[in-house]
Ligand binder design. Structure first.
Ligand SMILES: Cc1cc2nc3c(=O)[nH]c(=O)nc-3n(C[C@H](O)[C@H](O)[C@H](O)COP(=O)(O)OP(=O)(O)OC[C@H]3O[C@@H](n4cnc5c(N)ncnc54)[C@H](O)[C@@H]3O)c2cc1C
Length: 408
């Protein structure tokens, strides 16, 4: 990795998280060797390093299902070449009510029609697969054997290693300031290490993408909120192959982690985090534990996994994650700037979405077409006022739970 800035790149990618690294991988594997990733800190130092790394397959949206399917195939192939911690342990999405189970039935039909092997299972089958789970109050569950988990930092390293082998350069310690333009075209990037010419720029700057976009008049309505998970000491009855789980009625999710549990929540009233208030630099950094905010979800988690009530707690991890108002990501070319692309606002599924969305964006740049329907991720589904700070800070409060509640 180097901070030496080339004079020119065919594609300049701003941000070396899981998204920027995937875009670099897919561009280079489509034959574009002259790709440069600008990362102001180190690879994965933003949000990616502390992600829970759960890899999803369930969605009711066929476009998203296609992205998730490719992601699972990609990880399976990648794991054969590098150990990225990919473990296909399956996922159990539990229903507390018959109404919830009906929603799962509809989702299962869509998933099955897209070739995803999911099935509805009974509470007893949940108990057999996740012995630490309290299941008496469950109406049933949706079981997806193909879901899994990955180590996000190792994934970024693997994306980068294979991209470099195909010619990409990763410039760490280089901060992009803005794109320089000639009419409706970007011609170069201004950085703290000077200017670099480019044919295309991609903004993958995570929770900083919006501020970066605003410097070029590009509206990227994504804003970070506090996002939590708890890590416990050892809990008897867990195992590395235990499925990941989601309990949408309690807004909690979890999985095994080094003999204990990782349990997170999708907050009903998430707390916005103004990016400008974060300490500078914010590399491999976290927010303070916030037990008051997590308390209701801790109760839900103890209800679902009673052993949590007496497990030792290692930490309550609190990291910022950028959500869009509708919790769907943004993948588009900027209106008015024909060679400025955006892939941001991953809304707590960036690791899952990295391969599929990175591939779509790479095809868009190389072939002029993403190769799949990405219209639901467009920037133009939002109006200019949706990028105003006051609106966003209010809108993203409900985004995590709204998104989670649908089971996506
Ligand atoms: C607690 C928590 C749990 C999560 N769990 C999951 C999960 O289980 N599964 C899942 O799929 N997702 C999960 N996520 C979400 C996932 O981690 C993110 O969606 C993903 O990491 C976002 O990746 P990114 O590359 O967009 O952003 P980042 O990783 O933040 O990368 C952006 C990079 O851009 C760099 N940068 C910013 N501005 C500039 C600039 N001007 N010049 C140069 N570089 C710049 C930053 O330094 C940063 O490294 C979780 C998130 C959190 C917080």
């Amino acid at each position: 990795m180097t901070a030496e800035l080339p004079k020119h790149a065919s594609v300049a990618i701003i941000g070396g998280g899981v998204i920027g690294a995937s875009v670099a991988w897919h561009l280079t594997h489509l034959g574009l060797t002259d790709v440069v990733v600008l990362e102001r800190g180190q690879l994965a130092c933003g949000t990616t390093w502390h992600s829970a790394g759960n890899i999803l397959r369930m969605s009711s949206d066929p476009a998203t299902i296609g992205i998730y399917t490719y992601g699972v195939e990609f990880l399976t192939a990648l794991q054969a070449r590098h150990d990225v911690g990919w473990r296909q342990c399956g996922r159990m999405m539990v229903a507390r009510t018959e109404a919830r189970l009906k929603d799962f039935e509809a989702m299962a039909r869509t998933l099955q029609a897209c070739g995803v092997p999911v099935e509805l299972v009974s509470a007893d089958e949940v108990a057999a697969k996740i012995p630490v789970m309290h299941t008496d109050d469950l109406a049933g569950a949706l079981w997806s054997p193909d879901d899994g988990r990955v180590n996000p930092t190792d994934l970024v390293a693997a994306y980068a290693r294979e991209s470099k082998a195909h010619g990409a350069r990763f410039c760490e310690g280089v901060a992009a300031d803005r794109a320089l333009t000639d009419g409706s075209r970007v011609t170069s990037i201004a950085t703290d290490h000077g200017e670099m010419g480019c044919d295309v720029v991609v903004n993958c700057a995570g929770l900083w993408a919006r501020a970066l976009g605003l410097r070029n008049g590009v509206a990227i309505p994504a804003y970070p909120v506090e996002h939590f998970y708890l890590l416990t000491e050892t809990i008897e009855g867990t195992s590395p192959q235990m499925p990941t789980f989601r309990d949408p009625d309690g807004l909690i999710y979890g999985r095994e982690e080094v003999g204990g549990l990782l349990v997170g929540c999708f907050d009903r009233e998430a707390i916005p985090v103004p990016p400008e208030d974060l300490p500078e630099p914010f590399f491999f950094a976290l927010l303070n534990e916030n037990w008051d905010q997590f308390a209701p979800y801790m109760d839900e988690a103890i209800h679902r996994i009673p052993a949590l009530g007496h497990a030792g707690v290692r930490t309550l991890l609190n990291g910022p994650e950028a959500f869009t108002p509708d919790a769907e990501p943004l993948l588009d070319v900027a209106p008015g700037l024909e060679n400025y692309f955006v892939l941001a606002g991953l809304s707590s599924a960036g690791v899952t979405r990295s391969a599929g969305m990175g591939r779509a964006l790479a095809h868009w740049i190389v072939d002029g077409d993403p190769g799949s329907d990405v219209s639901s991720f467009s920037l133009t589904r939002f109006r200019p006022e949706h990028n105003e700070t006051a609106f966003l800070r209010s809108a993203v409060r409900a985004a995590p739970s709204g998104h989670f509640d649908t089971g996506h």
